[in-house]
Design a protein around this ligand. Structure first.
Ligand SMILES: Nc1ncnc2c1ncn2[C@@H]1O[C@H](COP(=O)(O)OP(=O)(O)OP(=O)(O)O)[C@@H](O)[C@H]1O
Length: 276
């Protein structure tokens, strides 16, 4: 079985202000999660604003250096002490998808330029091999090469552009895709297209996802595992079904209790208890 994701005592302390007025924020506080599986998985990280979700994502993506601890993805230490892979190997195994696809691409460059750049710099593909990889990645998100090539960001809807950014992430054939709030900027009617795409990419292309979200309903719908974060700590972690149907922690019950009543399917069996 592969260690798909493991964090060991992961801490991140941000230091703010200067001498005399310095203060610290513990964005990650001894985060320990572990997922071992033979099959690709979707791991959701849920929690309120400021709970540390993005810091966890950035640490895995090497955009933030952990203060202590380490992270392992597909049996390789990717962050913290002993991090192994070089930049290219790292980027071909872990790829990001960000919240706002319009910020992921410059409006002055055609988006296909980014796709070919990733094919070249990360996957080492040029010429026909690059074109084939780009075409295949676009096809796997339901887009035609001819409909994308030569276009600028303002010629796409948010949902389409997010699919282009997913295609870009797929080109190096990564094992793990870290998706930070990937649907929160997308029209509500289009969100399920992206969510269902993640499921299909897990099942048919063998990609694992770390899906960061405020939205417990979609987290429950697509994920195999759920980590609930509060104030930098993982307060609950386990199989999605167990966490959602039998939450152990008061904070998880509070989060579940805040789902609108029309989503009664996702409510815990017992009435949500307020934390003490
Ligand atoms: N670069 C930074 N410098 C200082 N503090 C930071 C920095 N980035 C994040 N923080 C702080 O770390 C804490 C965790 O932030 P983080 O962005 O990881 O939370 P989050 O759960 O992703 O929130 P949101 O859902 O609003 O994106 C917050 O208190 C935040 O203000």
């Amino acid at each position: 079985m592969a260690v798909i994701l493991r964090t060991e005592g992961l801490n991140k302390v941000y230091r703010l202000g200067s001498f005399g007025r310095a203060r610290t924020i513990q964005a990650l506080n001894d985060v320990d999660i572990s997922v071992e599986s033979d099959n690709p998985v979707i791991i959701a990280v849920v929690g309120e604003s400021g709970s540390g979700k993005t810091t966890l994502a950035k640490t895995l993506l090497r955009l933030v250096e952990p203060t202590s601890g380490r992270a392992i993805v597909y049996d390789k230490v990717v962050a913290g002490r002993g991090a192994q892979p070089g930049k290219r190997e790292f980027l071909s195994s872990i790829q990001p998808i960000f919240q706002n696809p319009f910020e992921a691409f410059s409006r002055y460059r055609t988006v296909d330029a980014y796709l070919f750049e990733t094919a070249d710099r990360v996957a080492g593909l040029r010429g026909q091999a690059a074109e084939a990889a780009v075409e295949q990645a676009l096809a796997s998100v339901g887009l035609e090469f001819a409909d994308v090539v030569g276009k600028y960001t303002n010629q796409f809807s948010g949902g389409e552009l997010q699919r282009v950014s997913i295609a870009r992430a797929l080109i190096p054939q990564p094992s793990l895709i870290v998706a930070d709030e990937p649907v929160s900027m997308i029209d509500a009617s289009r969100r399920m297209i992206i969510i269902n795409l993640f499921k299909r990419l897990r099942d048919e292309a063998g990609r694992s996802f770390l899906y960061i979200t405020h939205d417990l309903a979609t987290a429950y719908y697509i994920s195999d595992f759920v980590a609930v974060m509060n104030k930098g700590q993982v307060v609950e972690f386990g199989a999605a079904r167990d966490v959602m149907s039998n939450p152990q922690h008061a904070y998880t019950r509070l989060l579940l209790g805040s789902i609108p009543t029309t989503r009664s399917r996702w409510r815990p069996r017992k009435a949500a208890a307020a934390p003490h």
